[in-house]
Design a protein around this ligand. Structure first.
Ligand code: ADP
Ligand code: MG
Length: 716
């Protein structure tokens, strides 16, 4: 039995270190699957049979990683640490002191007359910003880890500048065309640390801004105890507790209205802007806001199982499944840094041997090393995917993993279910045709048959029919998805379902040419007649299909209903290809048959019987509101508003996200490449080092901002 555990993990210096640890854990024999979400500080492990303790996990990671890590179970949730913590202020102080010393030296110490003092002061300024980095390198070497990372390159560059300047001063090396200033050494690390600080704040801030906007969890609930109302933490509520909701409050848990009425703003949950009104016996979902009225609710789900908590869990855990782009950049980062190292050294050697001006050759080489940090890409790209998931969730679309953002972009065919997906699944009985019996006899049999089913048809029938008597016992009951119901009531076999279903059991029934859904009924082999039900097409259905066509997605309707109904719905919403009278497994076969093509296949449905198809498709959509729990649980994308238009919205969001990620990768690479080329050509001269560090840290900040902006984009 494998077991999945989610931990909170923090303390990694960079995504690269996290990737290294992830790879190492993957090799452990106890572990079946592992993933680290650096951005959201999560560690996901599926253990084969024996679970490792947190201490053991720490020990295993320590074999390859020197960072001091903090690992805890997600269930013992800790308060989020402040962004501006002690460490932040210490680092800020280090930078300020270091820069002050450097500037003071530059202005007040005469470089040539008082070289030793200048050297001491510049070295001090450099070391103040560098000491922890040097420490890190030392630990890496002691633990025999690969030491070629950005820390090493930054240290070589800054110390290199100081050594170089000193050698020139004492004329060990000749002076070249420009003077090498020791100031550069101190400035490079100081700027690098400023960049690190900025990255830390901006990624943390953006993540929190995104989470805060989509986090609709209430922070309190008004528990009704007898006549008294007590304010409690929502996590303390139990099923069957009664709570009071006042105007302006967020509904803390899912429940049913037991008294009162009001209007709810569901926009934050479903993206639907119009308020909906609720009254006694209506279900309400957590995360919606009471706009007017007042409600007393009976709690039906505890806080942790309520809609809003589940959504937040999904969003926070979406980083477990990484996109191809993210995997690519982790691999890329691993080769990029050493590659730049080689370029730097090669440049210094060639330039040195060709021109003989060694100080400038070495200086250029050192400047190249400074561009070697892939941070701009490594940090901003996963952030873009997180922003994309956040953006989707603001539209009421829950995407369960960043990897589905990749797949959404590649959807070529969408198979869509009819009832509940393109229609509201709110049937009305429009015709009743008894066959050689009283009308009530037909209706009674139908009611008894449908009384246990959760199918939308059954719910309507139970709601709309008044029963004359129903006191007997149902001794056997079978529901055949897509066909109908067969049961034994007081020794009599009742069948209700499609023509084909009854015919299969030797009941001869009429073939009805109606554009409504027909349910035939029989009792003990005698055909009792049929009822016709009408469903309403969703108001956005036609536009949704048009939108999907406009982005090149082919839409195919798969339905269990009969041909006439499916034909009519298809023509009304503008679908050219449709298949009717399908059993659930036949729908799945359609999906499977279309798999393994270049373009991906999606399936959108709502019912339990759609679940196999939702699972089989590359991307499975489920209707979150009316959809059955199994369908929602197994889907990759959940549409909270039950609106097929959101299929289009989610594809659009995925495409925008992908664009931002790719833009960030390309711009970062071009800028870095550009700076390297300028240095190689010797065009940057003595400014090479400063420009290089700006191209590194400044660029990171810009790319991070670009990712964050995605969250605020408008989607049509
Ligand atoms: P869809 O593909 O449109 O979502 P289903 O696969 O759920 O529809 O059902 C297909 C057909 O099977 C229905 O149109 C109905 O005729 C019949 N059917 C399914 N379940 C029931 C039921 N509980 N009672 C009566 N008929 C049913
Ligand atoms: Mg359905």
């Amino acid at each position: 039995m494998s077991k999945k555990v989610v931990y909170h993990i923090s303390g990694f210096d960079c995504p690269n270190c996290a990737a290294k640890s992830e790879n190492h854990l993957r090799k452990q024999k106890e572990i079946e699957h592992v993933s680290i979400d650096f951005q959201n500080e999560k560690l996901f492990i599926t253990f084969k049979d024996k679970e490792l303790s947190i201490e053991e996990i720490k020990e295993r990671i320590a074999q390859v990683e020197s960072d001091e890590l903090d690992i805890s179970l997600v269930s013992d949730k800790k308060k989020e640490e402040p962004i501006f913590d002690k460490e932040f202020f210490i680092n800020l102080l280090r930078i300020v002191i270091s820069v002050l010393i450097a500037v003071f030296t530059k202005i007040f110490v005469n470089y040539h007359d008082n070289f030793v003092l200048a050297l001491v002061l510049y070295s001090l300024a450099t070391l103040i910003c560098l000491y922890d980095i040097l420490f890190e390198i030392g630990r890496n070497i002691i633990r025999k880890n690969n030491p070629v990372d950005i820390n090493l390159l930054m240290s070589i560059s800054s110390i290199g500048v100081i050594v170089l300047g000193t050698l020139i001063h004492y004329e060990v090396l000749p002076n070249g065309p420009f003077e090498i200033d020791l100031l550069d050494g101190a400035l490079v690390v100081a700027l690098y640390q400023v960049g690190e600080l900025f990255e830390h704040i901006s990624t943390n801030k953006s993540k929190r801004a995104i989470k805060a906007t989509i986090d609709l969890r209430a922070d309190h609930a008004n528990l009704l105890e007898g006549e008294l109302v007590r304010e409690v933490n929502p996590s303390l509520l139990k099923v069957n507790d009664k709570i009071i909701i006042r105007v302006g409050e967020v509904i803390p848990v899912d429940g049913i209205v037991v008294s009162g009425s009001g209007t709810l703003d569901t926009s934050s949950l479903t993206g639907e802007p119009l308020p909906i009104s609720v009254k006694e016996n209506d279900e309400v979902l957590s995360g919606t806001i009471l706009k007017s009225g007042s409600l007393t609710l009976l709690v039906t789900k505890e806080f942790a199982n309520s809609t809003v908590s589940k959504i937040m869990d999904l969003v926070e855990n979406s980083g477990e499944h990484k996109t191809k782009t993210e995997k690519f950049i982790t691999r890329f980062a691993r080769i990029y840094t050493p590659a730049v190292f080689v370029v730097g050294i090669t440049y210094a050697l060639i330039y040195g041997f060709v021109t003989g001006v060694w100080p400038q050759a070495i200086f250029g080489g050192l400047a190249i090393l400074v561009v070697a940090c892939p941070c701009a890409i490594v940090i901003s790209v996963p952030l873009a995917f997180f922003a994309g998931i956040g953006l989707a969730s603001r539209h009421g679309i829950i995407i369960k993993g960043s990897n589905y953002l990749d797949s959404l972009c590649k959807i070529g065919t969408l198979f869509i279910d009819k009832t509940g997906t393109l229609t509201y699944a709110q049937f009305k009985i429009v015709e009743i045709h008894p066959n050689n019996c009283e009308k009530q006899e037909l209706l009674d049999a139908l009611y008894i048959a449908e009384s246990r089913s959760n199918h939308p048809i059954a719910k309507t029938i139970v709601k709309d029919i008044d029963l004359s008597s129903f006191s007997g016992k149902i001794s056997s009951y079978e529901e055949l998805p897509g066909e109908g119901i067969r049961l034994n009531y007081e020794g009599k076999i009742i069948l209700a379902g499609t023509n084909a279903f009854l015919s299969k059991q030797s009941v001869i029934c009429e073939d009805i040419a109606s554009s409504g859904t027909v349910v035939h009924v029989s009792k003990n082999g005698a055909y009792l007649g049929y009822v016709v039900l009408k469903d309403e097409i969703r108001k956005d259905a036609k536009e949704s299909i048009e939108k999907l066509h406009s982005i090149g997605v082919e839409v195919v309707l798969l339905s269990g209903d009969k041909k006439e109904v499916v034909e009519e719905v298809s023509s009304l919403v503008g679908i050219d290809e449709y298949y009717s009278s399908l059993l659930p497994n036949e729908k799945t076969k359609f999906v499977i048959k279309s798999l393994n093509k270049k373009k991906l296949v999606a399936f959108a449905g709502d019912g339990v019987n759609d679940t196999p198809s939702i699972v089989a498709a590359d991307v499975g959509f489920a209707m979150g509101g009316i959809g059955s729990d199994v369908a929602v649980e197994n889907a990759d994308v959940v549409l909270m508003e039950d609106n097929p238009r959101k299929i289009y919205t989610s594809i659009k969001i995925a495409k925008k996200t992908k664009h931002v990620a790719i833009f960030n990768i390309i711009v970062s690479l071009l800028v870095k490449l550009g700076v390297i080329i300028l240095i190689l050509l010797g065009l940057l001269g003595q400014f090479g080092m400063i420009i290089a560090v700006l191209a590194d840290t400044g660029l990171s900040v810009l790319m991070i901002l670009n990712s964050l902006l995605l969250f605020y984009r408008k989607i049509d």
